[in-house]
Design a protein around this ligand. Structure first.
Ligand SMILES: [Zn+2]
Length: 344
């Protein structure tokens, strides 16, 4: 990454799957651009960027599910400014695939910013997905592709950071390549219990609606608890920022409200990731059943019936996973899921 920061072009597009920590990457790269040593991580310039206190680094804020034109115009306005410091004016716009969606796509506004930015302005864009509609934008950027970390990589990082090996193993397995998630999970003593709870769903569903609704509630409560280690981590991060700003002689953390809003978004995302992870654990149980039933003596119709039921259950869980992408109410989703699974 460092070699890119040495002779920067005016726009980069960081492209990687969920969990490749695109925001962290953009921030680290911004530090590398501002730093005289291209990202030493220790100097004042690096510290300012990494603690979100560099006034020349602007993270564009998106209020809705897609980018609005006025939000991108604001980013463009900031991008036309001369940097206050000796480095660059840096504009970070995340999830740029969301400029091509919504009722009035805003990709044209972004394209205009990228056409002739001032010489000391650098745009850092991120996208989890680069659909063909984004071609004109990506053609104006140097594209940097990122990979998800493997389970072994995650385990290694966690152990290096002081986790014990068995806890690191469970957390790495449950993190789906997402380092931040792995760091939260490794602090969570209830993780193994939560996995067991999801795996026990099929045998606990006994055919009465009361049981299915109690199960949905229990899972929902476990999700509430799952957020706690993340909240604790965020509080620690905020305390560090408070300390940093005191050391720099400021009265408070400058963009505290933005950071808190971002924490809230992260909590929502974490909850969805956790739910997705639970659905995967559940799918695995039905898959195991399916394999068992397939290998059972192929003589009776009973076994055919079970094979069919396992396959249908897998479909039901997959459907719940799809609905999760569409802003659906969590309680409703869990209740529907348990009621549908009761049939199998
Ligand atoms: Zn530095």
């Amino acid at each position: 990454m460092r070699q890119y920061a040495k002779g920067p072009v005016h726009a980069y597009l960081f492209n990687g799957p969920v969990g490749s920590s695109l925001r962290d990457t953009a921030r680290t790269f911004a530090a590398a651009l501002q730093c005289r040593e291209h990202g030493c991580g220790r100097c004042e310039a690096c510290r300012l960027v990494l603690s979100d206190n560099d006034p020349d680094v602007y993270f564009a804020e998106r209020a809705g599910v897609s980018w609005r034109i006025d939000e991108l115009r604001e980013a463009d306005r900031v991008g036309r400014r001369r940097p206050l410091g000796a480095g660059y004016q840096i504009i970070v716009i995340e999830d740029v695939e969301l400029t091509t969606t919504g009722s009035s796509p805003s990709a044209a506004a972004l394209l205009k910013s990228l056409e002739e930015p001032p010489s000391r302005t650098v745009y850092l864009l991120t996208a989890e997905d680069v659909p063909p509609a984004l071609d004109t934008i990506s053609s104006r950027c140097v594209e940097v592709k990122l990979k998800v970390l493997s389970e072994a990589d995650l385990r290694e990082v966690l152990v290096r950071e002081g986790a014990d090996a068995p806890a690191a193993e469970v957390a790495a397995n449950a993190a789906n390549g997402n380092l931040r998630r792995a760091r939260v999970l490794v602090r969570d003593p209830a993780l193994a219990e939560r996995i067991a709870q999801w795996r026990a769903v099929p045998e606990r569903l006994n055919g009465t609606p009361a049981t299915s609704s109690a199960l949905a509630q229990a899972i929902s409560a476990a999700l509430d608890e799952a957020i706690a280690p993340l909240q604790q981590m965020q509080e620690e991060e905020m305390a560090l920022r408070v300390q940093d700003s005191r050391e720099m002689g400021q009265r408070g953390v400058a963009n505290r409200r933005d950071i808190e809003a971002q924490f809230k978004r992260e909590q929502r995302r974490f909850r969805i990731d956790e739910l997705r992870f639970g659905l995967t654990a559940l799918t695995n149980v039905y898959r195991e059943r399916l394999v068992d039933n397939l290998s059972a003596a192929p003589d009776q119709s009973r076994s055919d019936y079970r094979v069919g039921a396992s396959m249908s259950a897998i479909d039901v869980v997959a459907e719940a996973n799809r609905r999760l992408s569409s802003n659906i109410d969590e309680t409703l989703l869990l209740n529907d899921l348990m009621l549908s699974l009761m049939a199998f």
